[in-house]
Design a binder for this molecule. Structure first.
Ligand SMILES: Nc1nc2c(ncn2[C@@H]2O[C@H](COP(=O)(O)OP(=O)(O)OP(=O)(O)O)[C@@H](O)[C@H]2O)c(=O)[nH]1
Ligand SMILES: [Mg+2]
Ligand SMILES: [Zn+2]
Length: 287
């Protein structure tokens, strides 16, 4: 039977085939080959009356991510909150780079609209609105979820973002029920407590939405030095205008990317996160 892995916990894979869910193990051959079945994988399973099923085959993936561990998505709903925890463009940009790298369309969700004190939301919007869709939401009231539905209908979408920003809360609003577990924000650190522990897929609007665990810290880097600028869509038109062909757009003279950043055409925070990531890639290469 053919189905999709909708959840994976402790070596068990929950595979949905024709509306039925089968608990399966994976054949040892996957482990031998170093292949880990992922939530979102399309698989062939064999079933047995009295025991767990077996994942026999994983069909080729459109894409897959390591963190969060998911496969076959079309949209990455990168989620941040206006406050508690406060938004970080550095973290946001890393998720966006990750989406670009895998040819997945990002949608930016700014949650906790109700907690915005100043112009946090407008600032974020002004940085990203010309590059990506930006949707502003309130997970408590459900405000803004209609806009999300427009993007999500019939698609495979994964929520991703730091812990505590409200990914599971938004998902419950989309489902109109309290299916996903919601956590609290630590009063001490102002961060989430990593409430969601595993990836799970929910059916919504003829599509599928993946809830994923958030992070409290972040160290994902998913690109090579020469590749990174291509993962910032707004930099593309400047890339062949630099003086040097191998320009990395950091300190080089005659760099048209840096010039565009100085003139504010490329947003400052975007350029800064680019430079930060270039530095990290170089740092990593040293070891
Ligand atoms: N004020 C306010 N609180 C919200 C909103 N959305 C979610 N919350 C709260 O934020 C906290 C964290 O929500 P979760 O949905 O568990 O966050 P998460 O992103 O799924 O977190 P992890 O599963 O740890 O990655 C909960 O206390 C929610 O009630 C919102 O729009 N406004
Ligand atoms: Mg969650
Ligand atoms: Zn340059």
């Amino acid at each position: 039977m053919k189905g999709i892995i909708i959840k994976g916990i402790a070596g068990f894979y929950y595979v949905k085939c024709d509306g039925e869910i089968y608990r399966c193990r994976a054949r040892g051959v996957f482990k031998k080959k170093g292949i880990v079945p992922l939530v979102g994988d399309i698989v062939e399973i064999s079933t047995n009356e009295n025991s767990d099923g077996m994942v026999e085959k994983i069909f080729p993936r459109d894409n897959c991510f390591i963190r969060p561990p998911i496969a076959n998505i079309e949209i990455l709903a990168v989620t941040v909150s206006a406050a508690e925890p406060p938004p970080s463009t550095f973290i946001l940009d890393r998720f966006l780079v990750m989406a670009e790298k895998h040819n997945v369309r990002p949608v930016i969700c700014i949650n906790k609209k109700d907690l915005a004190k100043g112009n946090e939301i407008e600032e974020l919007r002004s940085v990203y609105k010309e590059i990506y869709p930006v949707i502003c939401l309130c997970g408590l009231t459900g405000e803004g979820t209609d806009l999300l539905k427009d993007h999500f209908t019939g698609k495979r979408v994964a929520f991703a973002g730091p812990s505590g920003v409200g990914k599971s809360t938004i998902l419950n609003r989309l489902l109109n029920e309290e299916r996903a577990k919601i956590g609290e924000i630590s009063p001490k650190t102002g961060r989430g407590k990593q409430t969601t522990r595993h990836v799970e897929i929910f059916d919504i609007n003829g599509g599928m939405v993946y809830d994923t665990p958030g992070f409290t810290s972040f160290n994902i880097l998913d690109a090579d030095e020469d590749e990174l600028s291509h993962l910032y869509p707004e930099m593309k038109e400047y890339l062949n205008k630099c003086r040097y062909d191998n320009c990395r757009h950091v300190m080089e003279p005659g760099c048209s990317v840096r010039e565009a950043a100085e003139r504010g055409i490329i947003k400052r925070s975007r350029y800064d996160s680019y430079v930060e990531q270039i530095k990290e890639i170089r740092e990593k290469k040293k070891y």
